[in-house]
Design a protein around this ligand. Structure first.
Ligand SMILES: C[S@@+](CC[C@H](N)C(=O)[O-])C[C@H]1O[C@@H](n2cnc3c(N)ncnc32)[C@H](O)[C@@H]1O
Length: 308
């Protein structure tokens, strides 16, 4: 959704832009190409492969570029270290990259056999192997249900626990086969392992618990009129983005029967239009874009908390 993101951010040539999920740098490069030598593009990613690919991709630009390997939950510290106070715009393109899915040994894909890993940041200790072989059955059930929206979560968790008593589940192939034997195939539901793999990946990378806070941090850094664009790939992420934006866009939150406002709550953003979806042409070119959804907001009023 490159054109949609550029239309949303309307990059200003001297502006400062933050890409919180740099990946290979595709979106970042398109934004950076619209900046002049006063402009600054900051890119974050927790994955070392992404940092290397983006560093090469963003090597020949007019604007200033700062690339930092970090989790976007640390963005206040990173902006502080870079001496950056306010942003003209920011982007989150959430989830895993095609590069991560297609690199077999990263263990993200149920289509290939590889050690169960799924870490975006390979410095972190928790792997998919650990989740699958050490979590209690009810914890696995909860993760499969909540993060994968898997109807047969209880059945899959029970099958995992039975299988691992005989020997540890070491590979994506073993886990995918086990799920195929446990979950009935539906006509349009895709591969039966898709939902459980998504759930394990979200758990391994702690993807959902940091999201609302990171969105709030970015909004707090935007200049008045600055824009934030967020691309999500599944309903769990999208729900968090939608709810967070709704809260930040709300003015007075006093009970309705209060004659005057005492809460002093001020709207920090306005929501720009409805969610946008990729065009049929984009989906035809890249089938992974099928589930993408873009939401855009604009900062209004003064910055809420200037202490960070
Ligand atoms: C969908 S890809 C981004 C692709 C990118 N927009 C491009 O044009 O190439 C998502 C990237 O975000 C990174 N990522 C996901 N969660 C992150 C987090 N909490 N902190 C930092 N990077 C994260 C992943 O490692 C991955 O490289």
């Amino acid at each position: 959704m490159l054109n949609e993101v550029l239309n949303a951010l309307e990059p200003n040539a001297h502006g400062i832009y933050l890409d919180c999920t740099l990946g290979g740098g595709g979106h970042a490069k398109a934004i950076a190409e619209r900046l002049d030598s006063d402009g600054l593009l900051i890119g974050l990613d927790q994955d070392n492969d992404a940092i290397q690919a983006a560093t090469e991709n963003l090597s020949d630009l007019t604007c200033k570029v700062k690339i930092v390997r970090a989790n976007f939950s640390e963005l206040d510290k990173i902006l502080g270290d870079l001496g950056v106070d306010e942003l003209d715009g920011a982007l989150f393109d959430l989830g895993v990259s095609s590069h991560q899915i297609d690199t077999t040994e990263r263990g993200f894909s149920y289509m290939h056999d590889a050690p169960l890993d799924m870490r975006m940041d390979r410095r972190r200790p928790l792997t998919a192997r650990e989740v699958i072989n050490s979590y209690a059955e009810d914890r696995l059930t909860k993760i499969f249900r909540e993060y994968g929206e898997e109807r047969f979560s209880k059945r899959v968790a029970a099958a995992v626990c039975r299988a691992r008593k005989i020997s540890p589940i070491e590979t994506t192939g073993q886990l995918a086969r086990l799920i195929e034997q446990t979950v009935p195939r539906t006509k349009n539901g895709g591969h039966p392992a898709k939902r459980v793999f998504q759930a394990v990946r979200i758990e391994v990378n702690g993807e959902l618990e940091i999201l609302a806070d990171a969105l709030k941090k970015v909004v707090n850094r935007l200049k008045s009129g600055g824009r934030l664009a967020v691309i999500t790939f599944h309903s769990l992420e999208d729900r968090i983005v939608k709810e967070t934006f709704k809260t930040l866009a709300q003015g007075c939150i006093c009970p309705k029967n209060f004659p005057v406002c005492v809460c002093n709550h001020k709207a920090q953003i306005k929501i720009l239009g409805k969610a946008q979806f990729p065009t049929p042409i984009e989906i035809e070119r890249n089938s992974r874009a099928k589930s993408a959804k873009l939401r855009v907001v604009e900062r209004i009023g003064e910055r809420f908390d200037k202490s960070v």
